[in-house]
Ligand binder design. Sequence first.
Ligand code: MSP
Length: 508
Amino acid sequence: MSPIYLTTPIYYVNDKPHIGHAYTSLATDVLARWHRLAGREVYFLTGTDEHGQKVEKAAQDAGEEPQAFTDRVSQAFRDLTHTMGFSNDGFIRTTEKRHYDACQALWKRLQERGQIYLGAYEGWYAVRDEAFYGPDELTERDGVKYAPSGAPVEWVREPSYFFKLSEWADKLLEYYEINPDFIAPASRRNEVISFIKSGLSDLSISRTSFRWGVPVPGDDAHVMYVWLDALTNYITAMGYPDEKAELWKFWPADVHFVGKDILRFHAIYWPAFLMAAELPPPKRVFAHGWWTNEGQKISKSLGNVIDPLALVEEFGLDPVRYFLLREVPFGQDGDFARGALVNRLNGELADVLGNLANRTLSLIQRNCEGKLPALSAPIEAEGALLTPLATITETVGKLLEVQQYHLALEEIFALVRGANGYITVQAPWALKKTDPVRMAAVLRHLHTALRAYATVLQPFMPGSMAALLDQLGVPEESRSLAALATPLPEGHALPAPSPLFRKVENAG
Ligand code: MSP
């Protein structure tokens, strides 16, 4: 099985982390954990994007030197990975020496292949997006011009190196054609294709009006355009330019996770740079949607930025992880509403999954002396409970392979609901006196089902599913997808159960 390489965008260190950052990394984390459970070798990379005018300006506003400023803010992003339970294997900062080396090596390679020329850039630039825009993309209000993202643009005129992007239009279109899954979701693919078809100009890839960036090799008056610098992180971390490095086997990336706002950079510029450098392009770029807050666009000026740390503090980590991936189809925009989170936590995690676990495990504790009952042959009543378990890893795996997290959770929870129906109908609590053998059989079937649910839910809710697997008596080494095929021995002692999820009041 080939190794899997998954990445998040590297985050600008102009401000503290918010829900958007947590969201992209969470999606990456769940897939990384899933592949590990499936026995794949995985590298999950995240990091911070520390150069460019926007970060330089934020440092100035804070009255700090850019390096000291980025050291401080970058730490907040490293802390976020711990708070959110991310399992990243690496964390890259673009101010590291290895990254300067990689950027300069890539530049030289592009130059050697005749892909870079010196000219002068004249046009519109949005510092907030660190992006160039054509005049026809802009709108004007009160004498100020704005990019489609809402960022104000300014007129820039300076000497600049250019990358011959215009030469790559056909090759890019061909790459999308041959690799129909390269851009996801499919609707975004059409957007990218029409952008290319409307005509690609060469891309300005250096700036001279500020200093906070990677110097252009051989011409110190220029620093590299921050997006060329930033995108290169994905190969820096794999050891580039040393293609014999141990991690190089992970390249090309399996999925670059990004928000829809930065798809153009990942689906057009990045593969074009790589093809021009004769390096393999990534296999897939998934662009997710944006969150609003109670129906409103999230913005610093509106003061409605959602702090992931505050959410985790209030609701606990796993309910937040579950909510973010359950509430909104991955790829679409979605709204963050406190009441919706509370409903998912109370109504699904606590009442459906938590309750099933609690009812089953308390009965085993009370009626079976806390010992796992023996396996017995299923009867017809068990069909709906047990049959889907045979294919649960396959079903969930297929959905995760295409990043349909909400559907994977829907499938699993439909089964958990079914299991609640089963326990209600079988009423094992009533069987103790009338048919203890049947009672033990029912409880063991429920245990089997719970183990399967907990196993496949681990990537989504690592902490609470580890607790559930502990309560189910599943040893650490038996928590992989493959281990599900091997039943636990009867008589295995189970610890006393305790509630998995804490309900919260639906007000606030
Ligand atoms: N530094 C660049 C990425 C370089 S990757 C080579 C960057 N950084 S960012 O910090 O501005 O944005 C990071 C991510 O946060 C993007 O994927 C963006 O889509 C996401 N989000 C920002 N606001 C968001 C929401 N309101 N909702 C969901 N995601 C959002 O861009």
